[in-house]
Write a protein that binds this ligand. Structure first.
Ligand SMILES: [Zn+2]
Length: 211
């Protein structure tokens, strides 16, 4: 079975992918991790990808598709969950073509739906301890002492990525790319909408009931 997870930043789709792996034995494929692993292995494709990454360029779709094909061809009958890929309709079409050549297909696409105001609170409320890496949320998971880490009393920081003006931009880019993708999978009858409100466990239960 091949699943694809779609959802805005802050929707917890990465966490759900990790749960599918730990609880149900899926292979969890995040393209970011896959790229880093190929570069570290110095594989033929990894070295090619590194040339683009070094220049701050996006790794071309055909290179990413070739890496995915390598992974799938080693164990085509395992269950896979893709997280962060495909990102747009072009990638989805190329992915489909490649899968078809292997007699495979995307079986289900889960879209984690969350209102913009909740996304913004989840992301803009995030605070991180620069010393131990603990994360908090000033709306949902406050530290005991306002602005200090519970573990070591270090002042918490907000990552640049989580600042409100940056979040607004991330959301805009996400919507431009992802909405056509949602329509694409909907038209193929593969789209399942999961409300991403609630705890990780609650969302995972909903997801499991749709598998
Ligand atoms: Zn700390």
């Amino acid at each position: 079975m091949i699943l694809v997870l779609l959802g805005p930043p802050g929707s917890g789709k990465g966490t759900q992918g990790a749960l599918l792996k730990s609880k149900l034995g899926f292979e969890h494929i995040s393209t970011g991790d896959m790229l880093r692993a190929e570069v570290a292995k110095k594989s033929h494709l990894g070295l090619k990808a590194e040339e683009y990454m070094k220049q701050g360029l996006l790794v071309p779709d055909d290179l990413i598709i070739a890496m995915i094909k390598n992974i799938l061809s080693q164990a085509p009958h395992k269950n896979y969950v893709f997280d962060g890929f495909p990102r747009n309709v072009n990638q989805a079409e190329a992915f489909e073509t490649m899968l078809n050549t292997m007699g495979l297909q995307v079986d289900k696409v889960f879209y984690f739906d969350l209102d913009d105001d909740v996304i913004i609170k989840r992301l803009s409320g995030r605070r991180v301890c620069p010393k131990c890496g603990a994360t908090y949320n000033i709306y949902y998971q406050k530290p005991k002492n306002d602005t200090l880490c519970d573990n070591d009393n270090t002042p918490l920081i907000q990552r640049d990525d989580d600042k409100e003006e940056v979040i607004a931009n991330r959301l805009r880019v996400y919507k431009e790319q992802t909405f056509p993708l949602i329509e694409y999978y909907k038209s193929k009858g593969k789209l399942f909408v999961v409300s991403a409100n609630g705890t990780q466990e609650e969302v995972f239960e909903k997801l499991k009931s749709m598998l």
